[in-house]
Design a protein around this ligand. Structure first.
Ligand code: SF4
Length: 327
């Protein structure tokens, strides 16, 4: 069975950007693939953070993922730091990862330019990412377009390690990208990717009234100055959210109503709000039930980590054998 690996930062409760950009897709993919889903807490420590908040954010992320429909009986859901083989393989990969490529990574250049003191982990982050994926010999990695460069680095690390230590038969497969539909969800300001640090998000578990308060002032097509001005749906973030949450016939209707000025933007947002409520209400209810049963979360994560470790230990044993470790 084809195996996939995907990781998500422990950023607390999901917002609809990372729900649509990653986790909703995970729920669909777990039907077709052997799925490893990892909350990558080691990746979260390359920038300033609060230890107590990290624990809470990791737990909140696990609750959001389970409430979204990732089934721990079907998928392997675990926290990265529970499987120490991730960092062991990352160190090993440091010996083949090309420094020049790491320095050229867009995310490194972007994040390091905003910091006075740059941690080495910010530079070697993609090496740990390569270890995350290759530890499970994943065939496919669901990614957004902005992650393609990191995945290419994982492929290069696999090639270099194979060439050096397993030249006859490649030990690590070169993972391929499964580009996520709705990969890039814009924030309600319509100008930047939805992100907690930019304060432009809608929380997955927010109550309908709170979501409506955020939708009302959300930016739309600037050409719709007056109610009678026709718009271009494709340039409007609200239309793209309709594509993610509303049924296809509603999306077609929105496009017609927008381009003929049949609806005003508030009418359009009301319909989007109904679609969002229909999809998110059951997720919110499940999250409440899961939160009320902390043991269920612990059990799911512990069992996921045990299953992941079984695979991870085998990989590390074979890697060490090929590299000449042991007596
Ligand atoms: Fe956007 Fe809808 Fe307004 Fe058109 S009618 S600009 S799609 S909010």
């Amino acid at each position: 069975m084809t195996r996939i690996f995907s990781g998500i930062q422990p950023s607390g409760e999901l917002h609809i950007g990372n729900y649509l950009g990653a986790v909703k897709n995970w729920v669909a993919l777990q039907q077709r693939f052997e799925s490893f889903y990892c909350i990558v807490d080691y990746h979260a420590i390359t920038v300033e953070y609060e230890p107590a908040a990290l624990r809470e954010r990791t737990r909140d992320m696990a609750i959001s993922i389970l409430a979204s429909g990732v089934d721990p009986a079907r998928s392997i859901l675990f926290v990265q730091s529970s499987v120490p083989e991730h960092t062991e393989l990352a160190w090993i990969f440091n010996s083949v990862a090309p420094l020049g490529e790491l320095e050229r990574q867009t995310q490194f250049k972007d994040k390091s330019s905003r910091q006075e003191s740059i941690a080495v982990g910010l530079l070697t982050y993609p090496v740990l990412q390569a270890a995350d994926i290759l530890l499970y010999k994943a065939d496919l990695v669901p990614v957004g377009e902005d992650q393609l460069q990191h995945l290419e680095l994982s492929r290069e690390v696999a090639r270099k390690w194979n060439a050096r230590f397993s030249p006859a038969t490649p030990f690590f497969p070169e993972p391929k990208a499964e580009v996520t539909p709705t990969a890039r969800v814009m924030g309600l300001d319509g100008s930047a990717k939805m992100s907690k640090s930019l304060g432009n998000t809608v929380g997955l578990l927010e109550e309908p009234a709170a979501i409506w308060e955020k939708l009302k002032p959300a930016v739309t097509d600037p050409a719709r100055v007056r109610r009678t001005d026709p718009g271009t749906p494709e340039v409007c973030n609200i239309y793209h959210l309709h594509k993610a949450f509303s049924p296809p016939e509603t999306v077609r209707h929105v496009a017609v109503q927008c381009s003929t000025a049949g609806w005003g933007c508030i009418d359009c947002k009301k319909v989007l709000h109904e679609s969002m409520t229909a999809e998110l209400a059951p997720v919110r209810e499940r999250a409440k039930e899961i939160r009320a049963s902390p043991i269920a979360v612990d059990t799911a994560l512990r069992s996921g980590a045990e299953r992941a470790r079984t695979v991870a230990r085998d990989t590390i044993r074979e890697v060490k054998e090929r590299m000449g470790f042991g007596s």
